[in-house]
Design a protein around this ligand. Structure first.
Ligand code: BES
Ligand code: MN
Ligand code: ZN
Length: 478
């Protein structure tokens, strides 16, 4: 269940906590609602973004001061972080109202700010408690955003609710252990979602995958007792003039295969379907957000396991578009399943393709755990995705696809090999994918870092983050 968020023109009567934004100084922004600056100063409260202090309020209720930083610098991103901190500070309370929007400077975008506040509240309140016998109770029953123009902002609140649901669906999928989320389970959960919201859905099983020539997907699946699936979701509104294909890596567990990972390296590998989860999550919101763009999503889903029939280093696979690949490291499996997914996406003749994948540890080395790598063959599309990611509060940074490195993928026996040497691992992975998109404008997001988080940070909570959902929805239905 997600935290109910509402809008009101006045602070509701009887609310447990009123959360008031306080700028650095500390300084009040708008009505202080009884916040005592001297008391805040005595507590060394500076008003930094996300700092909170709990004070006794006017009528026996509690006032929480929430830092928003420099008064002139308050924007949607600041309000997102401040609201997430607020939710954590009032976790054990029942009802909260906030005048957070008062911190937005005159002329600021109140619609965007409302979306940011409502999204952050919902996302910071998320917990994956399915397997906890005694989950820490979240007593918070609701958060009210106080705004004089509440009616005008209602559509933005509605949108935020839908986005939160979509991100939390992706998080639930990423957090689910691989033992209870096989490729078949993932496909069934995608099907249930699709039928519920009115998306088209086709699930390709292992027999049909062979008929379709999905040699990359089948090659990765060989070592597993679990059959693979290819999930295809379709959103096709009448009158759509543009079309986009999404492809998400859906490795429900990545042991590395015969090129097996270390125990440490395997620990988080139930999350190796984060790209697929982002595609499924984002698409779940499309029927409600109703953008006028056709969207087709592909999630090639399989485990990557060692086994008696597993693909061996040196084996050659033939992918959907006929390209042959020499597999020299079975742990570079994401690009093999994406090769088939991208080839299928190209066959849809979309205006653009976007893939999301927890693809390389090298991308984490390059950009750290919180920033996605952004690559592509079309500067304008790269720029659009980068802007969408920034507005969504999901940082992504452009990396090059240097043609000088393409020859590192040359194979002695096949058209390509699946590893490109020790250096520039995120880039050679991107160059590999580029071989499968032809002339279609394409962007690749390497989300190996941000797909899971080790800490609570802003709207992100520990565990699966659902990264990519907000970026895709900003891009497709902003
Ligand atoms: N799923 C991993 C990438 C990954 C690593 C995601 C750490 C999240 C955290 C991917 O399949 C993989 O194993 N990549 C290899 C590629 C290498 C063998 C060329 C890697 O990054 O080491
Ligand atoms: Mn791997
Ligand atoms: Zn992987």
């Amino acid at each position: 269940m997600t935290l109910p968020v509402s809008l009101a023109t006045e602070v509701p009567y009887g609310v447990d906590v009123l959360a008031v934004p306080v700028a650095s100084g500390p300084a009040l922004v708008g009505d202080g609602h009884g916040v005592d600056l001297e008391q805040l100063q005595a507590r060394a409260f500076e008003g930094k973004v996300g700092e909170t202090a709990t004070l006794a309020g006017e009528g026996g209720n509690t006032v929480v001061a929430v830092g928003v930083g420099g008064a002139d610098d308050v924007d949607a991103d600041v309000l997102r972080r401040a609201t997430a901190a607020l939710v954590r500070a009032v976790w054990k309370r029942r009802s909260v109202a906030t005048t957070m929007l008062d911190a937005l400077p005159a002329g600021g975008d109140r619609a965007r700010a409302t979306r940011a506040v409502a999204e952050a509240a919902g996302l910071a309140a998320y917990r994956f408690t399915r397997y906890k016998s005694d989950p820490e109770p979240c007593r918070l029953e609701g958060l009210t955003i106080v705004a004089h123009d509440a009616d005008a902002l209602a559509p933005d609140l509605d949108r935020a609710r839908v986005v939160v649901e979509a991100v939390c669906l992706a998080r639930d999928l990423v957090n689910e252990p691989a033992g209870s989320l096989s490729p078949t389970d993932l496909a069934e959960r995608a099907r249930t979602m699709a039928e519920g919201v009115g998306l088209g859905v086709e699930i390709v099983d292992e027999v049909q995958a062979a008929e379709l020539g999905l040699g990359g997907l089948l090659g990765v699946a060989r070592g597993s007792d679990e059959p693979c699936r290819l999930i295809k979701l379709t959103y096709d509104p009448p009158g759509a003039t543009r079309s986009v294909a999404l492809v998400g890596k859906g490795i429900t567990f990545d042991s590395g295969g015969l090129s097996i990972k270390t125990a440490e390296g395997m620990m988080g590998m139930k999350t190796d379907m984060g790209g697929g989860a982002a595609v499924i999550g984002a698409m779940s919101a499309l029927p409600v957000l109703a953008p006028s763009v056709k969207v087709v999503g592909f999630v090639p889903a399989t485990e990557n396991m060692p086994g008696g029939r597993a693909t061996k280093p040196g084996d050659v696979l033939k992918t959907r578009n006929g390209t042959t690949v020499e597999v020299l490291n079975t742990d570079a499996e994401g690009r093999l399943v994406l090769a088939d997914g991208l080839a299928l996406a190209v066959e849809e003749e979309p205006d653009a393709i976007i893939d999301l994948a927890t693809l390389t540890g090298a991308c984490i080395v390059a950009l750290g755990p919180k920033v996605a790598g952004l690559m592509g063959n079309d500067d304008e599309l790269v720029d659009q995705v980068r802007t969408a990611a920034e507005r969504a509060g999901e940082p992504a940074w452009p990396l090059p696809l240097p043609k000088e490195y393409r020859k590192q993928l040359d194979s002695e026996v096949a058209d390509l090999k699946n590893i490109g040497g020790r250096s520039a691992g995120a880039l050679t992975a991107g160059l590999f994918l580029q071989e499968f998109v032809g002339e279609v404008p394409w962007v690749h997001l390497d989300i190996a870092g941000p797909s899971r988080s080790d800490d609570d940070d802003g709207a992100v909570v520990k565990g699966g983050t659902g990264v990519g959902v907000r970026t895709l929805l900003e891009l497709l239905a902003g």
